[in-house]
Design a protein around this ligand. Structure first.
Ligand code: 6R9
Length: 644
């Protein structure tokens, strides 16, 4: 890792919203007197219908967290209505379609009408405060309308990424007991169609409680229709009134559920609530991107992930910003697309994932340098550690050495940025997410659970509650406690490891649990393993990550076949298909190695450490293998490694 320092550019030092002194003063206040600090921010950033009586109340030992108790507000009012007096005609959403000729500008006034009408449709279909609504959507404005329409009437949305399979969708719908699904006929990405309605039909065959499926016509492709359940989105919305009274929500009423992967079993429904989440999403959006009125801001994430929730929809719109939403992929029609979009719409901040940066870097500088990009002011990175080489390229070639890179570390569970530079305040080191945001108190814990002082390395935990913290795992608070609060009592445990240098900068070293990060998508090794063992010829499977040039991590699967089953290329294909079917294309193993045996301890536990080393080709650091039940399997696995 390089330790080169990139100081704050002079211009930003002068006029960024937060400079170094202000960062230090505010940070100090935020940890010494958090209630006063957050109360001031909550007044500044949000519009409340009724003020809170208690700023915060938390007990991390029991995973109990609450902010702004007694306060009442509505998210759609904060993201739309309150901006209308000043910016009814300002663009709220710039939609850029998959096809470069396809785009649309949606003003705050139009957004208001769309959201209110859809909210009325949902109410008419019987959706009430607290009910769950599932969204399985392409990246089209209706995804945004649907999220906000839920918030208008106090319904809890659960967005399922459009790349997930029918099975994965079914599990998520049933776990949250959603009774309404909003989807589209087909999605469009990189010129290819995604059969969303067909997938939804398969899922809904096993979701008996879903009575309504609203369908947006995106491509006009052929789809099946269930007259008792399916309704065309446009028809319904056009017949609905344009005004809709907002439901005033308690600050602690649920806002959304978002499923994410952990180290064991089924994905967890991370639950966020209303006031604290919106506050931290808005505040981080403004300060991390140094957002100024009238600017165009673009986050390339999908709304199916938390980054899309907080930084396409809620943070930017709460700030009255112009948020760009992109339907396509960075390499279609070619690797110049992002920079063409930047020039076309005059984008000022651009926020993406390292995997996209690496893929574009691989395509060559020419795709970038043939565009102007002079509107760009701030760059961002999220989802996984950014390797210094990709960082330098992003900074030098994309940003012309003008735009600082905000490497933002956070999680679905944290709701908003937790460690990140601020453009005018924090000098950068490539590969480091630098320092904590206001109110965030990171600690590194050693194997005994003691806090590491000064420079050092350990498990990354957070010592005090922050407003956008997850409140529970939907329907299973014990699982929330077990996952996040019992490893190190009194702390929130992130699942990441990190190093802190002598300047107090943090460097995320990756997950310390069995969670993979493939192209910035989180996936449990256990999920992929369960998909593999569903195949009748598979006896056992062990999945690990290995370093991958573009994706960050690739999926390496060791598969033990049933007695009598023969390894073959067809079987490999069938196993890959099995993962696509059970989870989605993001879960395709990159490498499958046939493993007659797996390295196990005498108590039968698979020693993943060894499998990770073999997959990474790090054979001199296998460590002690003598405690294995059968040390011989290691030689076999090494001998039959798959070349790449
Ligand atoms: C926002 C998001 C969370 C996990 C997290 C960590 C990794 C995210 C990172 C990063 C290093 C960054 N991660 N941002 N690692 N540097 N800037 O990605 O949420 O999908 O829940 O993933 O991603 O391992 O624990 P989520």
């Amino acid at each position: 890792m390089t330790e080169q320092v990139y100081p704050v550019p002079a211009e930003l030092k002068r006029d960024a919203l937060i400079d170094k002194d202000r960062y230090q003063a505010l940070y100090r206040q935020s940890v010494e007197d958090p209630d006063t600090f957050w109360a001031e921010q909550a007044e500044e950033f949000l519009t409340w219908q009724q003020k809170w009586h208690t700023v915060s109340k938390s007990d991390l030992n029991r995973g109990e967290v609450a902010w702004f108790l007694g306060g009442k507000l509505n998210v759609s009012v904060n993201c739309i209505d309150r901006h209308l007096a000043k910016r009814a005609e300002q663009t709220a959403i710039i939609w850029e379609g998959d096809d470069p000729a396809d785009d649309q500008l949606i003003s705050y006034q139009q957004l208001h009408t769309e959201v209110c009408r859809l909210a009325n449709v949902l109410r008419e279909r019987g959706v009430k405060k607290g009910d769950r609504v599932c969204l399985y959507m392409p990246m089209i404005p209706e995804a945004c309308y649907a999220m906000l329409a839920c918030t208008r009437i106090g319904a809890v949305h659960s967005v399922v990424f459009g790349g997930f399979s029918p099975d994965a969708l079914k599990d998520r719908i049933n776990d949250a007991d959603c009774q309404v699904l909003i989807t589209a006929d087909e999605g469009l990405r990189g010129g290819k169609k995604v059969p969303l309605k067909a997938n939804a039909d398969k899922a809904l065959a096993n979701c008996p409680n879903v009575h309504t499926c609203l369908v947006v016509k995106r491509t006009g492709g052929d789809i099946d229709w269930n007259g008792k359940r399916d309704i065309w989105y446009r028809d319904a919305v056009e017949a609905a009134p344009e005004q809709c009274e907002p439901e005033w929500m308690d600050a602690e009423d649920p806002l959304f559920i978002l499923y994410t992967s952990g180290s064991t079993g089924q994905p967890k429904g991370v639950l966020h609530t209303t006031g604290g989440y919106l506050l931290q999403a808005a505040m981080t959006h403004k300060y991390v991107f140094d957002y100024r009125e009238g600017e165009v801001y673009w986050c390339t994430a999908d709304v199916g992930w938390v980054t899309g929730h907080s930084y396409i929809v809620y943070g930017p719109l709460a700030n009255g910003a112009t948020s760009l939403m992109f339907e396509g992929v960075p390499t279609y029609p070619d690797a110049s697309r992002c920079w063409q979009v930047v020039d076309k719409h005059g984008v000022n901040s651009f926020y993406t994932a390292p995997t996209a940066v690496r893929a574009l870097m691989g395509a060559g500088d020419e795709f970038v340098t043939r565009t102007s990009r002079k509107s760009l002011r701030i760059l961002g990175s999220v989802g996984e550690p950014i390797n210094p080489e990709a960082w330098e390229w992003y900074y030098r070639v994309v940003g012309d050495e003008r735009s600082p890179i905000m490497d933002t570390w956070w999680q679905t569970e944290t709701g908003a940025h937790m460690m990140t530079p601020l453009p005018g305040a924090i000098d950068l080191k490539p590969g480091s997410c630098t320092v904590p945001f206001f109110g965030v108190q990171p600690v590194l814990l050693d194997a005994e659970g003691n806090e590491v002082e000064g420079a050092g390395e350990g498990s990354l935990a957070i010592k005090a509650s922050w407003p956008s913290q997850l409140r529970t795992v939907y329907g299973d608070h014990q699982r929330c406690i077990d996952t996040y609060y019992s490893t190190y009592p009194g702390y929130y445990f992130t699942g990441d490891g990190a190093r802190r240098d002598a300047d107090g900068y943090y460097w995320i070293t990756g997950r310390v649990d069995d969670v993979l990060n493939v192209s910035g998508h989180r996936m449990g090794t256990a999920e992929v393993e369960s998909a593999l063992v569903l195949h009748e010829q598979v006896a056992e499977a062990a999945v690990v990550g290995y370093p991958h040039d573009i994706k960050g991590q690739g999926i390496y699967a060791y598969v033990t076949l049933m007695e009598g089953a023969e390894p073959s290329d067809e079987l490999k294909k069938a196993l890959i298909q099995q993962c696509v079917q059970e989870i989605g294309a993001i879960a395709k193993p990159d490498i499958i190695q046939w493993a007659p045996g797996l390295p196990k301890t005498r108590s039968g536990k698979i020693m993943r450490r060894i499998l990770r080393k073999i997959a990474a080709n790090e054979l001199d650091s296998l460590g002690d293998t003598s405690t294995l039940a059968d040390p011989g399997v290691v030689d076999d696995l090494i001998g039959n490694r798959v070349n790449r």
